[in-house]
Ligand binder design. Structure first.
Ligand SMILES: N[C@@H](CCC(=O)N[C@@H](CS)C(=O)NCC(=O)O)C(=O)O
Length: 213
């Protein structure tokens, strides 16, 4: 199985799929295509007509889009353990991922993931503040409903993979969080897989000025 990703430092969508595979100890190879380089489009279009990363290649199957990839991994490799077993928590987790997948556009555009860069006194716009507020509400609800002091819904799930880029964003842009949520971010950052991703990001040399990834 091969996962095609963008730059570790910038590609938030790639991180989601990669982290799920890593956390569940699934064997896979990675192909990295640097974003916004002259040959990015040509290379990615040869694999994925949608022209985006991440893409998963499993034998003769091509799965594109982070949500479809995580659902595929869950069905084919995780015996459905990618989502919480409890139906109410599972519904909540799925809704949280859908909300991340289709929303939080102000956060995504104004606060791009850049794992290497720490910004002091970042000025948070009103629109981004609203996104942050909603994510805090959602995380708090997840932790409280599941009674978890570990991941959002107890054991590591697709939801944690989906919000991992937000963990990098919040901690790099100095977003102040309630204690319980700060602790969640610290637990995520302490994972060997997250540390490995960060090392890979730190080893990269490309710099994208106007990140909208
Ligand atoms: N909804 C897609 C978004 C994928 C996406 O936008 N990927 C970015 C990199 S993080 C990309 O490939 N950008 C290249 C481009 O737009 O040319 C997913 O979940 O996989």
């Amino acid at each position: 199985m091969k996962l095609v990703i963008g730059n570790h430092n910038y590609s938030s969508w790639s991180l989601r799929a990669w982290l799920l595979l890593e956390q569940f100890g699934i064997e896979f190879n990675t192909q990295r295509i640097a974003l916004y380089k002259e040959d990015f489009r040509e290379q990615i279009l040869a694999i994925n007509p949608a022209g985006r990363v991440p893409v998963l290649q499993d034998n003769d199957l091509i799965i594109w889009d982070s949500l479809a990839i995580t659902e595929y991994i869950n069905e084919q490799y995780l015996d459905m353990k990618g989502w919480p077993a409890d139906p109410a928590l599972r519904t909540h987790a799925r809704s949280s991922c859908a909300e991340m997948h289709s929303g939080f556009t102000d956060l995504r555009h104004e606060v791009p993931m850049n794992c290497r860069r720490f910004i002091d006194n970042f000025e948070i716009s009103e629109a981004v503040q609203q996104d942050i507020h909603r994510i805090c509400q959602l995380w708090t609800e997840a932790l409280e409903k599941s009674g978890s002091n570990q991941f959002l819904y107890g054991d590591f799930s697709i939801a944690d993979a989906f919000y991992a880029p937000v963990v990098f964003r919040f901690t790099r842009y100095g977003v102040e969080l309630p204690k319980q949520l700060q602790a969640y971010c610290e637990r995520m950052l302490a994972l060997a897989s997250m540390r490995e991703w960060l090392c890979l990001a730190e080893a990269e040399v490309e710099v994208i000025e106007e990140e909208e990834v």
